[in-house]
Design a protein around this ligand. Structure first.
Ligand code: CP
Ligand code: NVA
Length: 305
């Protein structure tokens, strides 16, 4: 409802709120590793509505709420009335009257917006066709842990102008870095989003040029969930857009590379980089847990006051 804070994109939090959230995630990770009891929210119920597959997001939210003292309820559209056409708005009113926080992974971004507009409790976007802001919290946490403040730095996105790429555009704005996007022609992110961020975001179709001097190189699958039928055609068009050692040699000498996972070794990223002993990709995945615990804590506290 009107005053409820949600997390549908990175723009729902101010830059300083995001910085605080990342610092809290780093602290909660330390506490978790030290075995500190973090059950500050006993009795809290998290509803998780997933219309698409997930490993990391589901496990991190379920483990995260349990570690905060609460409990998760997994709701698949096939088993609920959502799958039989009950309006999103009605579902939102009912579900939010019974739980404390809602996580949704779905197709159209308008679905999470409509749900949030009719929800009396915070709604978290766990991935839509347009954005994946929770992944960006983990990516930014990982980058800051390894390299400190990211303001003024340069990120190179290699691949599809998809939900992850569009979330990096929002991150460039909120965390104050430059973003160079290397995508095949025809696979650019949303033009209005690009236009709104053209002071810091640019398109460069040649990945070797885009990666020049980058502090962070990021990629993702070439065909996202829902685009399975395009997989073969995309594999052909995206072949020159692999993140590998040759591409990384153009980036800054201490550049990191990230991938939200799941990954296809030998497609968007080389097996050599995926399996490198010093890759931060596994920590990036683990940080989903810590960043989302900090996110849930923040939203629960904001909506309590
Ligand atoms: N990166 C990510 O969101 O992974 P899952 O699809 O496994 O949740
Ligand atoms: N772009 C990918 C991200 C998966 C975490 C997808 O939407 O399938």
């Amino acid at each position: 409802m009107a005053n409820t804070r949600h997390f549908l994109t990175l723009l729902d939090f101010s830059p300083s709120e995001l910085q605080q959230l990342i610092q809290r995630a780093i602290e909660m990770k330390r506490e978790h590793r030290a075995g500190t009891d973090q059950r500050a929210f006993p009795g809290t119920v998290l509803a998780m509505i997933f219309a698409k597959s997930s490993t990391r997001t589901r496990v991190s939210f379920e483990a995260g709420i349990a570690q905060l003292g609460g409990q998760a309820m997994f709701l698949s559209p096939q088993d609920t009335q959502l799958g039989r056409g009950e309006p999103i708005e009605d579902s939102a009113r009912v579900i939010s009257s019974m739980v404390d926080i809602v996580v949704i992974r779905t197709f159209g971004h308008d679905i999470v917006q409509r749900f949030a507009a009719h929800s009396s409790v915070p709604v978290i976007n766990a991935l839509t066709d347009s954005y994946h802001p929770c992944q960006l919290l983990a990516d930014m946490q990982t980058w800051i842990e390894h390299r400190g403040d990211c303001a003024g730095k340069r990120v190179c996105w290699v691949g599809d102008g998809n939900n992850m790429c569009q979330s990096y555009i929002n991150a460039a704005r909120q965390f104050d870095f430059e973003l160079r996007i290397a995508c095949p022609p025809g696979f650019e992110p949303d033009s209005a989003l690009l236009q709104a961020n053209r002071d810091r975001v640019s398109i460069e179709h040649d990945p070797a040029v885009a990666a020049q001097g980058a502090d962070l190189v990021v990629t993702d699958v070439w065909a996202s969930m829902g685009q399975e039928a395009e997989q073969l055609e995309r594999a052909r068009l995206f072949a020159p857009y692999q993140v590998n050692a040759e591409l990384m040699s153009r980036a800054a000498s201490d550049a990191l590379y990230m991938h939200c996972l799941p990954a296809h070794r030998g497609e968007e990223i080389s097996a050599e980089l995926m399996d490198a002993p010093d890759t931060v990709i596994w920590e990036e995945a683990e940080n989903r847990l810590h960043a989302q615990k900090a996110l849930m804590e923040t939203l629960l506290l904001l909506n309590r006051s």
